[in-house]
Design a protein around this ligand. Structure first.
Ligand code: ATP
Length: 237
């Protein structure tokens, strides 16, 4: 069960980008405890930039960010991660010389998520526990990337295109895991995904970005039920 509750992350009138270049324009967004959000939009519309901005990895031009009510606008990425923002970037950044289990233990922080609990969620990682980072398939690497972020015991998990480049059978396996995370863990999750319907089926709420602005915000089911609108917003193949 999700635990709908208080505001977790609040962005107020955020304008951000890279150096002088503005990518996000006047974005205001509130993520609540336990909420699951699909972040959709065509290529280059600013989805990754929005996640990077939450982590403090872009140039903020205007606006403010709050985490559980505290102003984190000027807080470093490291401190944001410690406070509970867990980022799973598109590039998976595995270490060839660390085993699967070492990837998990080096980042572990006290909390609900432990190695045994991770292995329950990802039995495949338990099977591969002694494999090195460079001896894993793409799907296993993605599972490990998510598992590693969970070991930090975040409150909000940011998943940037977790299914990208994976074989359909692995996508199904990963979908099952992410679905369980979203529905059972009480964690807040934001999923950036090119496969819009897949993301909508996993989540409760959706926002769509168009040229750096939020142009749609609704229940995920509502957008799933309105095919014409979904086509217009994200040009689903
Ligand atoms: N490091 C960077 N420096 C300058 N501009 C960048 C940088 N990264 C991305 N951009 C630009 O920011 C805009 C938004 O990119 P972003 O990656 O956030 O989009 P996206 O919606 O995640 O797209 P995609 O689905 O292709 O990943 C694009 O115009 C892109 O060219």
């Amino acid at each position: 069960m999700t635990n709908k509750g208080s505001d977790l992350l609040v962005m107020e009138h955020v304008t951000a980008g890279y150096g002088e270049a503005v990518v996000l324009e006047d974005v205001s967004l509130t993520i609540k405890e336990g909420e699951s959000l699909a972040l959709l939009g065509r290529n280059g519309m600013g989805k990754t930039t929005l996640l990077l901005t939450m982590m403090g990895l872009t140039q903020l031009h205007k606006g403010k960010l709050f985490w559980k009510g505290s102003d984190i606008t000027d807080v470093t990425t490291y401190k944001r991660a410690q406070a509970g923002l867990g980022w799973v970037p598109q590039e998976r950044h595995m270490y060839p010389s660390l085993s699967v289990e070492e990837h998990l233990t080096v980042v572990a922080r006290p909390g609900e998520w432990t190695v045994p609990k991770i292995y329950q969620l990802f039995p495949r990682l338990q099977e591969r526990r002694n494999n090195m980072g460079n001896q894993l398939s793409g799907g296993e690497q993605q599972m490990l990337a998510i598992a590693r972020a969970l070991m930090v015991n975040p409150r909000l998990l940011l998943l940037d295109e977790p299914m990208e480049g994976l074989a359909p059978i692995i996508v199904q396996e990963l979908l099952g895991v992410v679905g369980r995370l979203v529905k059972e863990s009480g964690l807040s999750v934001i999923i950036v995904e090119q496969h819009a319907r897949m993301a909508l089926e996993l989540t409760e709420r959706v926002i769509v970005l168009d040229r750096g602005r939020i142009v749609h915000d609704s229940d995920s089911q509502e957008l799933l039920d309105d095919d014409a609108k979904l086509q217009r917003l994200v040009a689903v193949a």
